[in-house]
Ligand binder design. Structure first.
Ligand SMILES: Cc1cc2nc3c(=O)[nH]c(=O)nc-3n(C[C@H](O)[C@H](O)[C@H](O)COP(=O)(O)O)c2cc1C
Length: 378
C-alpha cells in the first residue's frame, strides 16, 4: 500500500513524499513576466513545508499566450536569471520544483491589450471570455510548438527539476483536444488522433530539447464537463499514447471555466466523500498506463489522501488551494497533527490573485483582522 510519506522516483527526480503543489497562478510575477522576490519567498515556504513537488503557476511560452496579469513568463531568456534564483532558493530548502508551461489560446485576457488577435484551433466563439479566436495557420501551429520547446529548454537551464505541459482547463492544448473548440478539417482536427496531434508535436519537440533524462510531466483533463467537450474515452486515448511516447507523469484534473460548478476548482468540499472529485475517472485511466498518476481536485484530509493512494486512483496527491492557506500542511501532517486542511474551498483566493498583493487566503486574513480589531477595542 502506498503511503503519503513514501518516496518516489520520477525519471531521476527523487521526491521525498507523494504530495504535489498543483500549479497555482499567484498574480505575483513582475509586469514583464519575471519571477519576483515575493514569489520566490512563497515557493520557498512550500519547500520548507515539505511539499514533495512544487509546480509553479502556468507560465506563458509566447506573449500572445499570456492569460492573466502577474503571470510568470518563460517566453524569453531574460526570464532565466530570476528563475535560477527561485530554483536555488527552493533547492536550498530541500524542495523540488517544476515549471508549468502554457499557451492560453482564447483564454487570454492579455493579447488584446497588446493589439494581437487571440489564437485558437478554430473560430469558435467563447461566451465566457467574449471572444472568437483566429484559427491558427499550420505555420502558427509550428511556431507555437517550437515556442513550447524553447520554453522547456529555459526551464531546464533555470535549474528546475521538471517541466509540466498544461494540457488541461480549456487552454490552447485543451482547446485543440476538445471537439467543441476544434472544428478543423485539416490534420489537426476531426478524430482524437488528429485533435491530439498538436499536443503530441509539443511533447516530441519538448522531449527533443530537454533530452530523455529530464522529467516531462503533463496536466490533462479526464473530461471537460462541458457538453460536446473532451470525453473520458478521448482522454484515455491521449494518456495511453503519451505513456507510450515516454511522458514521465500525468496529473489528472478536469473541467474548464465553462464547466461552471464542475470546473477544476470546485466549491465547498465538506467531507471525505466529496474530496478527490476526479478519482472515478483517474482510476479508469491509471489502470491503462504505466507512468505515475498525480491526482488533483478537492483533496483535503489525510483520510482523503489515503483513500486516493489506497484505492488505486493515483500514485501522488496534488493540492492547490489548501497550500495557499497552509504552506506547511504536509509538515504539519508529518509531525502528527492530522487535522484536515483549513481551506474551505470558497475560491476567494482567485479574486485575491488580481489584487496588488496577489494570492492569499481571504478567509484567514479576514479572521486575523477581526481578531486584531477585537484586541484593540478590549
Ligand atoms: C488561485 C488559483 C490559481 C490557479 N492557477 C493554476 C495554474 O496556473 N495552472 C493550473 O493548471 N491550475 C491552476 N489552478 C487550479 C489548481 O491547480 C487545481 O487544479 C484546482 O484548484 C483544484 O485543486 P484544489 O482543490 O486542491 O484547489 C489554480 C487554482 C487557483 C485556486
Amino acid at each position: 500500500m502506498t503511503e503519503l510519506f513514501e518516496g518516489i522516483d520520477i525519471n531521476g527526480m527523487g521526491l521525498e513524499n507523494r504530495s504535489v503543489r498543483s500549479a497555482t497562478w499567484m498574480g505575483m510575477a513582475e509586469k514583464d513576466g519575471r519571477c519576483s522576490t515575493r514569489l520566490m519567498k512563497r515557493m520557498e515556504a512550500l519547500a520548507r513545508g515539505e511539499v514533495g513537488l512544487i509546480i509553479t503557476g502556468f507560465s506563458y511560452v509566447m506573449p500572445n499566450g499570456q492569460a492573466l496579469g502577474g503571470q510568470l513568463g518563460i517566453h524569453d531568456d531574460v526570464m532565466i536569471p530570476n528563475l535560477s534564483r527561485l530554483t536555488k532558493r527552493v533547492h536550498a530548502a530541500h524542495g523540488k520544483i517544476a515549471m508549468q508551461i502554457v499557451h492560453a489560446g482564447v483564454q487570454t485576457v492579455m493579447s488584446e491589450k497588446r493589439d494581437q488577435p487571440v489564437w485558437g484551433p478554430s473560430p469558435v466563439h467563447n461566451k465566457l471570455f467574449g471572444k472568437t479566436p483566429k484559427a491558427m495557420t499550420q505555420r502558427e501551429i509550428k511556431e507555437t510548438v517550437q515556442a513550447f520547446a524553447r520554453a522547456a529548454e529555459r526551464v531546464k537551464r533555470a535549474g528546475f527539476d521538471a517541466v509540466q505541459l498544461h494540457g488541461a482547463h480549456g487552454f490552447l492544448v485543451s482547446q485543440f483536444l476538445s471537439p467543441l473548440t476544434n472544428k478543423r478539417t485539416d490534420k489537426y482536427g476531426g478524430p482524437v488522433e488528429n485533435r491530439a496531434r498538436f499536443l503530441f508535436q509539443v511533447y516530441r519537440a519538448v522531449r527533443k530539447r530537454v533530452g530523455k533524462d529530464f522529467p516531462v510531466l503533463i496536466k490533462l483533463n479526464t473530461k471537460d464537463f462541458v457538453r460536446g467537450g473532451l470525453h473520458e474515452r478521448d482522454a484515455l486515448f491521449v494518456a495511453k499514447r503519451l505513456d507510450d511516447m515516454g511522458i514521465d507523469a500525468i496529473e489528472l484534473s478536469g473541467g474548464t471555466p465553462a464547466a461552471g460548478d464542475l470546473g477544476p476548482a470546485r466549491l465547498k468540499i465538506r467531507n471525505a466523500d466529496e474530496e478527490a472529485y476526479f478519482s472515478p475517472f483517474a482510476k479508469k485511466i491509471r489502470r491503462h498506463v504505466s507512468v505515475p498518476i498525480i491526482l488533483v481536485g478537492g483533496i483535503r484530509s489525510l483520510k482523503g489522501v489515503h483513500h486516493v493512494l489506497k484505492s488505486g486512483a493515483a500514485d501522488l496527491v496534488s493540492m492547490a488551494r489548501p497550500f495557499i492557506r497552509e504552506p506547511n500542511l504536509i509538515k504539519r501532517w508529518k509531525q502528527g497533527d492530522g487535522k484536515k486542511a483549513a481551506c474551505i474551498s470558497c475560491n476567494q483566493c482567485f479574486g485575491a490573485a488580481r489584487t496588488a498583493e496577489g494570492v492569499h487566503c481571504v478567509v484567514e486574513r479576514r479572521a486575523k483582522t477581526k481578531k486584531k480589531r477585537k484586541g484593540k477595542s478590549a
